[in-house]
Design a binder for this molecule. Structure first.
Ligand SMILES: Cc1ncc(COP(=O)(O)O)c(C=O)c1O
Length: 460
């Protein structure tokens, strides 16, 4: 009669501390240790689906293939098919460059089985996350009562803030036929995505010739659409150019109209920490809500967006989920992060940033951000000097956009593919006003001037 014993052993195999468990943990930690302590990881590149399927083989089987083999598939097949986003020559989209402390601490967050949704279950983690949110709120000039939550990314942060804004307008008794949100025509695509989810209309307002949205243009849109506008979004660092809207004049317009001001600083608001860029961000202190993504320019691993409300109660009113099984949590005044966004279960994803900030101190962050801004200005000057290249706009923060005279879209695509095939760099083409261009998004402190001139040399 061995059957009952086996029935009890098998389920516990995955959870008990056994010799097998020790081997698995050692394997995984050894791999992680090596990855974290190597600074010349290859750039790598994707493979076609059929090629990956052939190389990886079947990994999910009834008896399992074992940790050693599974990790081998990851190390030799899967990981090399993922572009190394913290490579200093990864300059596409918005890169990610987690600090070593933040990346290492991410392992601790997983190892500790933390629940970051409620104070009841995760008070210690929530306390530390809130200290980071408080510090950010102070940097941005928000009042002492401001607070919020770390959500998955800027898209969810923008959506959650806009839902709170509309709920607040509804609470004031406004009932338009159609709700509207006003933003720059150069605002991030996540604003349109939020509008689709919320079934509201986006009113895109043209920025000036330098890409800056200004209060006068917003005022005109507010006059045209009246009460139907429940929020205005100012972009603090546009994705394509890193340009900061004139938040101060936009804030004047929203104050006059009594409309919610949301600041989308997913990429750029981190630059407010740098004395070199602080001047661009006047008016942020008037925001009703704002976001900044630590997985972008605050050197945290994917995925984390800090969403902060001027009055967190407005976020709580819009988002708290109610159910019999949640009454224990919601019938208290505890600060539960789940209450402040469109989510419930959550990883304590602010902790890697907390650990890194506590470890290195805020000053290192300011210096790292400043050095990226300086590097962007230097490479812009270099582009100006090269006859075959032309800057599209002078950079404010860390995004440098330029054209290669005489190139068409196909030339940029060929050039970009070759850079990746040669494992030289990852620079995808972008476009503006119907013209293809090249774009460096510079934020990794390991990116050097020579890395960038080396890439420019390939455009001769
Ligand atoms: C200005 C801006 N807002 C929002 C987002 C969306 O953030 P996420 O990709 O984290 O959802 C981005 C992403 O690049 C961004 O640059």
């Amino acid at each position: 009669m061995t059957q009952p014993a086996r029935m009890h052993d098998v389920p516990a195999r995955m959870h008990n501390v056994t010799d097998e468990t020790r081997q698995i943990v050692d394997l995984v930690l050894d791999y992680s240790r090596q990855r974290l302590l190597t600074d010349d990881n290859p750039l790598d590149k994707p493979l076609p689906p059929a090629e990956l399927a052939r190389l990886a083989g079947t990994t999910i089987t009834e008896p399992g293939i074992g940790a050693r083999k599974a990790l081998g598939v990851f190390e030799h097949v899967l990981a090399p098919a993922c572009i190394t986003t913290d490579d200093p020559r990864y300059l596409s989209f918005i890169p990610s460059a987690p600090s070593k402390a933040a990346a290492a601490f991410d392992l601790v967050v997983s190892a500790s089985a933390l629940y970051g949704g409620s104070w009841l279950e995760g008070a210690g983690a929530v306390h530390a996350e809130n200290e980071v949110l408080r510090w950010l709120a102070d940097e941005f000039g928000l009042p002492a009562g401001a607070g919020g939550v770390f959500v998955q990314g800027g898209t969810l942060g923008n959506l959650s803030a806009l839902v709170a804004a509309r709920e607040t307008a509804r609470d004031r008794g406004i009932r338009p036929d159609r709700w509207r949100v006003v933003c720059s025509a150069e605002a991030h695509s996540s604003i349109a995505s939020a509008a689709r989810v919320m079934d509201v209309e986006v009113v895109p307002v043209a920025p000036d010739a330098t890409g800056v949205l200004r209060g006068d243009a917003v005022r005109a849109a507010l006059a045209e659409h009246g009460d139907s506008v429940f929020a205005v979004v100012a972009t603090a660092g546009s994705t394509n150019f890193g340009i900061v809207d004139d938040v101060a004049s936009i804030a004047e317009a929203t104050r006059e109209a009594g409309v919610w001001l949301h600041v989308d600083g997913a990429y750029g608001l981190a630059a407010m920490l740098s004395p070199a860029a602080r001047g661009y961000f006047g008016g942020v202190e008037h925001a009703d809500s704002l976001i900044v993504d630590p997985h972008k320019w605050l050197f945290a691993p994917f995925d984390a967006c800090a969403l902060i409300y001027r009055d967190p109660e407005l976020g709580r009113r819009a988002h708290t989920q109610h159910a019999e099984y949640l009454d224990t949590l919601t019938e208290t005044s505890d600060w539960s992060p789940s209450d402040f966004a469109a989510h419930l279960t959550r990883r304590a994803r602010g902790l890697p940033l907390w650990f890194s900030l506590a470890t290195y101190g805020a000053g290192v962050y300011r210096d790292a951000i400043t050095s990226a801004i300086d590097l962007a200005a230097r490479i812009a000057d270099e582009i100006d000097r090269r006859d075959e290249l032309e800057l599209v706009r002078r950079p404010q923060l860390g995004v440098v956009v330029f054209e290669r005279r005489g190139w068409e879209k196909a030339d940029y695509t060929r050039w970009s593919n070759r850079l990746l095939d040669d494992q030289h760099a990852f620079v995808t083409p972008s476009s503006h006003a119907g013209r293809t261009n090249a774009r460096f998004a510079i934020l990794n402190p390991r990116t050097r001037f020579d890395d960038l001139t080396g890439i420019l040399d390939t455009m001769r």
